[in-house]
Design a protein around this ligand. Structure first.
Ligand code: C2E
Ligand code: CA
Ligand code: CA
Ligand code: CA
Length: 277
């Protein structure tokens, strides 16, 4: 007697989740067309430990829908990927980020920026051309742009991804492997990839001071990265104890709430001015 009822409840939950997904995809489409501020960017600084300087920021997209309020990128980015909207979303992100970078350049603030891209983006035939076009329009230099792609995305699309990454790197972009350590790449595969930077996933960093196991994983990942000639970045650095450990392990850069949260371009400009003093 109970079972069909539970099944119905389950079904109802499924239907609701399905409807929410459909609805969000439609709203996201609209937000991209209108570009009226529902979608916006935040920037989180990265600290170069050797030079003690903020030299880069990561662009992180935000979406506040009129009806649904704040929607996490962890929810809508996968939806954009499943629905094919990711190409348009990334194009919007690239254009907006480069416009902001051009403003910063003009004001004498020279920062590099990391942009998150999916396998679908880099495998899209127009991706490189449209990126180069936006760069010319904005006057931003190639070396200022890092493309972050997750380890998982890379491994799922290996052959094509290697080809595209090689072309992107040849065009002068920096390439970072994001969320490193949660995928399943082997050493030999990593060696074949034309990347500049390893970004250790925050799941290994968040409890770093408390977890000896994480410390072992992180220190050997840093060593490995360096042996392969890569820069190693840690994300999710929330405490000074974590920062001290990473410094001792010779990690190249850190990013996390301990330093700063992602902020609007305006807030970042102010934050940077007071940090640099
Ligand atoms: P990600 O690329 O791994 O980005 C790092 C996430 O960690 C961000 O979450 C950031 O706000 C968060 N974070 C930074 N420092 C800390 C910290 O100290 N502690 C903790 N607990 N978290 C920290 P966010 O902004 O919610 O983004 C989530 C994911 O959504 C990103 O993960 C990325 O995969 C995706 N995403 C965000 N913006 C974009 C975008 O413009 N394009 C694409 N394709 N994906 C994006
Ligand atoms: Ca990232
Ligand atoms: Ca990450
Ligand atoms: Ca992530």
């Amino acid at each position: 007697r109970n079972r069909p009822q539970r099944l119905r409840a389950y079904q109802r939950g499924e239907d609701e989740a399905y409807l929410r997904r459909l609805f969000l995809v439609e709203r996201l489409k609209r937000a991209l067309v209108r570009d009226d501020g529902a979608l916006f960017l935040t920037y989180q600084p990265k600290l170069d430990l050797a030079r003690g300087r903020i030299d880069r920021v990561e662009a992180l997209v935000r979406w506040v829908d009129d009806e649904h309020g704040f929607i996490s990128p962890d929810e809508f980015v996968p939806l954009a990927e499943q629905s094919g909207l990711i190409i348009k979303l990334t194009r919007w992100v690239v254009r907006s980020v480069l416009r902001q970078l051009a403003l910063w350049n003009a004001s004498g603030l020279h920062l590099g920026v990391a942009i998150n891209v999916s396998a679908q983006d880099i495998c899209h035939e127009q991706f490189i051309d449209s990126l180069l076009h936006e760069l010319r329009e904005s006057g931003v230099r190639h070396e200022q742009v890092t493309l972050e792609i997750t380890e998982r995305d890379l491994m799922d699309n290996e052959a094509l991804a290697v080809e595209q990454l090689t072309a992107l790197k040849a065009a002068g972009f920096r390439i970072a492997v994001d969320d490193y350590g949660v995928g399943y790449s082997s050493l030999s595969k990593l060696k074949q990839l034309p990347v500049d930077e390893l970004k250790i996933d925050k799941s290994f960093i968040l409890q770093l001071p408390e977890s000896e196991q994480d410390q072992n994983i992180v220190s050997s990942t840093i060593e490995l990265g360096h042996k392969l000639g890569l820069k190693v970045v840690a994300e999710g650095v929330e405490t000074s104890a974590g920062l001290d450990l990473l410094r001792a392990m010779r990690c190249d850069s850190v990013q996390g709430y301990h330093l700063a949260r992602p902020m609007s371009a305006e807030d970042l400009t102010q934050w940077y001015a007071s940090y640099a003093q």
